[in-house]
Write a protein that binds this ligand. Structure first.
Ligand SMILES: *Cc1c(COP(=O)(O)O)cnc(C)c1O
Length: 484
């Protein structure tokens, strides 16, 4: 924000100064000393005070920019829905899916994308998968049914998760889904069903302390045990962290297992490298400034211990490019006739949805003599899961509508009786004071933020999901099938 010149002045001006500024429409006279002092104060105010976090503007997709720029639409939706809600942009999910598919095509690799469904429950996301030739990675009968209800075929489902229920194994087998086996006793239960079914064996990577997957001995035993009518289609893993090299090397390591399984007469032609593709929420400079100047003074309460890597230079499909390029994994897969599966959750939802809350109350407090506002919005931090992991969701919410005002350090509380229930514990530099009835739009929440933790706490209704798309050069919205 500019500190000098006419535009800087206008931006720095605040709502409650409007009357004084209207004086300026009077014919110009000699400058008042009082006016000069006021201008100096305005300039100081736009310099961020030390009890306020730096601005962290989210990277926002075109359709959402249009929504935020429309003078009425967001307010109309809020009025129609009557509470906090989430907006989803399924066109963006399609773009993200196709980017992964393009990465496979360009590397000359036979690949397949399964959406890790736990990252978001919206029906429109599952529909985008069906429409774009992607499958879905499910871990419960509810997720399996929800995926099929949006048109994803059984054979395009991957079933993961530990110690799957007999009901889930049976349903997956009936619908010819690919089942990732996590333990020997689970394999025994599947064998007992005597159904023709395709399985992957989930491998516990060497040196990992994960509770998931088969260790070396268990894997040997599983390869010896598995028999018709079960088909061993290959192997899988899912790593925490976001390291492309670790994924590439683990994929190469699984080739040896494929060879041994093939020697036992199994097709073993598929390797799944799981999810964990990063998302680039913030530009490099904002993230660097945040890390370099991080201060407990920014927080109303409980400064977090840990943060997601909010700036991620090689995210999503670009990370898949890097995995396939490392030691030419692509050639290794081609030469061995291996189909590579990925299970991205968060990365397919990048910029595909936001969460909208209405400001229900505003109070002003001070810290060491410095004022700041505490907003109460009409929802809870259950709709912003990061707040439940001793962390903080960093992309700044957008205050809507956009009207000029004075930079105001602001934290955001929930409409519950829990002291710690804050959507933003840090003081965000909002461009003006928020007022009751304003909307606060948390950007890029579709991946794990919006609905992973939601419950009917306090008997509050769950925020519904609204689907926004563009048709005939207009933005159109409807309720998601989960909200009807
Ligand atoms: C959670 C999960 C995913 C998705 O992970 P993201 O980090 O969202 O990409 C994929 N596969 C398995 C087995 C998972 O548990």
């Amino acid at each position: 924000m500019g500190l000098t010149g006419a535009q800087g002045e206008a931006e720095a001006d605040s709502g409650h100064r409007t009357e004084r500024r209207s004086d300026e429409r009077l014919p110009p006279g000699p400058p008042h000393i009082e006016d000069c002092v006021d201008r100096a104060l305005d300039a100081a105010a736009v310099q961020r005070p030390s009890h306020c976090a730096p601005p962290m503007p989210a990277v926002i997709d075109a359709v959402e920019q249009r929504l935020l720029a429309e003078p009425l639409l967001l307010g109309d939706i809020a009025e129609a829905v009557g509470g906090p809600f989430h907006v989803l942009f399924p066109e963006r999910v399609s773009v993200n899916i196709r980017a992964f598919q393009t990465s496979f095509t360009q590397a000359g690799v036979d690949g397949f994308v399964y959406f890790g469904k736990k990252a978001n429950k919206a029906a429109c996301v599952a529909r985008a998968c069906a429409d774009n030739g992607a499958g879905i990675d499910v871990a419960s009968t509810g997720e399996l049914i929800a995926a099929m209800a949006q048109g994803v075929r059984g054979e395009d489902l991957m079933v993961t998760g530990p110690a799957k229920s007999d009901e889930l194994l049976w349903l997956a087998a009936r619908h010819r889904a690919l089942i990732a086996i996590d333990a020997l006793d689970e394999l025994d239960r599947l064998i007992a069903l005597e159904l023709p079914v395709r399985v992957l064996f989930r491998v516990l990577p060497e040196g990992s302390t994960s509770r998931f997957g088969l260790d070396r001995m268990e894997l040997e035993q599983a390869i010896q045990t598995v028999r018709a009518p079960i088909t061993l289609s290959g192997f899988s893993f899912h790593l925490s962290g976001y390291d492309p090299v670790a994924r590439s090397e683990q994929a190469a390591a699984l080739l040896g297992h494929c060879r041994r399984a093939r020697a036992n007469g199994h097709p073993a032609d598929t390797i799944s490298i799981g999810g964990g593709f990063g998302v680039d929420y913030l530009d490099a400079a904002s993230w660097a400034e945040f890390q370099a100047s991080l201060s407990d003074d920014w927080f109303h309460t409980n400064p977090p211990g840990d943060y997601y890597p909010y700036h991620f230079p090689v995210p999503g499909a670009a990370m898949l490019d890097a995995i396939l390029a490392h030691h030419d994994l692509a050639a290794l897969l081609r030469d061995n006739g291996i189909r590579l599966a990925v299970e991205p959750g968060r990365a397919l939802l990048d910029r595909a949805g936001s969460s909208v809350f209405r400001v229900q109350g505003v109070k002003t407090r001070t810290t060491q003599g410095n004022p700041y506002d505490i907003l109460t919005v009409d929802g809870t931090s259950l709709s912003l899961s990061e707040q439940w992991f001793d962390s903080e969701y960093l992309p700044d919410p957008v205050l809507w509508p956009h009207t000029p005002g004075r930079l105001t350090p602001t934290c955001v509380g929930a409409t519950t009786c829990l002291e710690s229930d804050l959507l933003s514990r840090r003081r965000i530099p909002l461009p003006r004071r928020a007022r009751t009835g304003d909307l606060l739009v948390y950007p890029n929440t579709a991946g794990y933020q919006m609905d992973s933790n939601e419950s009917g706490f306090h008997d509050l209704p769950l925020p519904p999901k609204v689907v926004l798309g563009s048709a005939h050069d207009r933005l159109r919205w409807t309720l998601d099938a989960t909200a009807r």
